[in-house]
Ligand binder design. Structure first.
Ligand code: ADP
Ligand code: MG
Length: 398
């Protein structure tokens, strides 16, 4: 069992102690302002709890995709300002060359007891993604304890998620612990029937989890662009739909496994198609395996919505990852919205994960009626797939 922040506080007097907290502050920024602070808000319970216990906090996160060097677009300054507003107290921040740069180390050394310091973007240092022990050693020197609250980064073995956790007594933050509990219910004797809804664009990203899900679930409903690679595997015609021809063989294997195990793998019977992806483009409904040349399947069709709805009725556990159509461009959001309404209305344990899936769900206003909305897309898939997350394994290592 992982140590929680609560247990850390019970077991040790944190007054005057320094705690390094790995947070997920990878938020959208436009013109120097944070445009969606959901992830910052999500970290507040852990931070408040540690501050109430008298700890001095050093927070570290990655932001965007700088290439292992300082990049003005990805400085943590706007995040520090927003966090300061949300916490109602000063958040110390200095623009530096990276979280272990000499001027960063000096700034850390000047932190008053009980203060909050946000370190510079971890990915300004190329050693972060290399899980470099020397970078981890400098970060560990800042603190007496390490807390990881960044579930969304836990599937990566990076210096701030893995190597540093091995150097300090550590604990899982509240958000991390909640994610592990909520997702654990999916893989650990889920209440049946267990129905999975899988959509999105990249089949190759999701085939691993799909192979595992056809072993766990009673039914798997496949929508989004993924469905067309499966149609190809079955010998269908998919027109100009988005497909990944190199994974057709794996798709065939998934279909065979599902069949052998008696798991229902449901492809959308029909699709809403268009010749161009534009709001207001002329649309037509075609069987998903008989889409005319030049036409793309962009959403699940009305028959598919009816069949998915019927398959969801009576479910006791539901896991949904990936929009069922190009929800960003109406009217191709209709299938995703219809199924979101059905899932939100079920008397079942419901979990939704994935960045775009959450955006689609939020657009319907139904997120309050989902039991758990996972902050980690890739991490939640890898967890459900049964992979040991390096950031979680390392927390249990001390
Ligand atoms: P998540 O972020 O929830 O894991 P993904 O990133 O896998 O989801 O997929 C989301 C993307 O899939 C969206 O941008 C959406 O437009 C796209 N998509 C869904 N259905 C289709 C389709 N039929 N054709 C092309 N793109 C699609
Ligand atoms: Mg996505």
């Amino acid at each position: 069992m992982l140590r929680t922040v609560e247990q850390l506080i019970e077991g040790a007097d944190l007054a005057g102690k320094r705690v390094l907290v790995r947070v997920d502050f990878n938020v959208p920024i436009d013109d120097g302002e944070v445009t969606d602070d959901t992830r910052i808000r999500a970290a507040l319970p852990t931070l408040r709890r540690l501050l109430d216990a008298g700890a001095t906090l050093y927070l570290v996160s990655h932001l965007g995709r700088p290439k292992g060097a300082p990049d003005e677009r990805y400085r943590m300054g706007p995040v520090a300002r927003r966090l300061s507003q949300l916490l109602g107290r000063e958040v110390r921040y200095r623009a530096t060359a990276g979280p272990a740069a000499p001027e960063q180390q000096a700034f850390v050394a000047e932190a008053p007891a009980g203060s909050v310091t946000l370190l510079e973007n971890s990915r300004f240092d190329a050693r972060e993604t290399e899980n470099d022990p020397e970078l981890a050693r400098v970060l560990a020197s800042y603190a007496d304890y390490y807390v990881n609250d960044a579930f969304g980064a836990a599937h990566r073995a990076h210096a701030t998620t893995e190597a540093v956790a091995r150097l300090l007594p550590s604990a899982a933050g509240d958000l991390m612990a909640a994610e592990l509990r909520a997702l654990g219910r999916l893989v650990d004797e889920p209440e049946r029937p267990f129905v999975v809804v899988l959509g999105g664009a990249k089949v190759s990203d999701k085939l691993g989890v799909l192979e595992r899900l056809v072993e766990l679930a009673d039914a798997v409903l496949v929508g989004g662009a993924m469905a067309y690679t499966f149609e190809l595997a079955k010998g269908g015609r998919v027109g100009a739909s988005l497909v990944e021809p190199d994974v057709v063989d794996t798709a065939k294997r998934v279909l065979a496994t599902a069949e052998a195990r008696g798991v229902r793998l449901v492809l959308p019977a029909d699709s809403v198609c268009a010749e161009t992806l534009e709001a207001g483009a002329a649309t037509a409904v075609h069987p998903s395996g008989a889409i005319p040349d030049g036409w793309m399947g962009l959403d699940i069709g009305p028959e598919a919505v009816a069949e998915f709805t019927a398959s969801l009725q009576g479910a006791r556990t539901v896991f949904w990852n990936g929009p069922l159509g190009v929800f960003e461009t109406p009217p191709f959001d209709a299938g995703t919205t219809a199924i979101a309404k059905v899932v939100a209305g079920l008397d079942a344990y419901t979990v939704v994960g994935g960045g775009d899936s959450i955006a689609a769900l939020n657009a319907t206003g139904l997120q309050e009626r989902i039991d758990h909305v996972s902050t980690g897309g890739g991490a939640s898939l890898e967890f459900v797939e049964g992979a040991e997350l390096p950031g979680v394994a390392a927390l249990g290592a001390d």
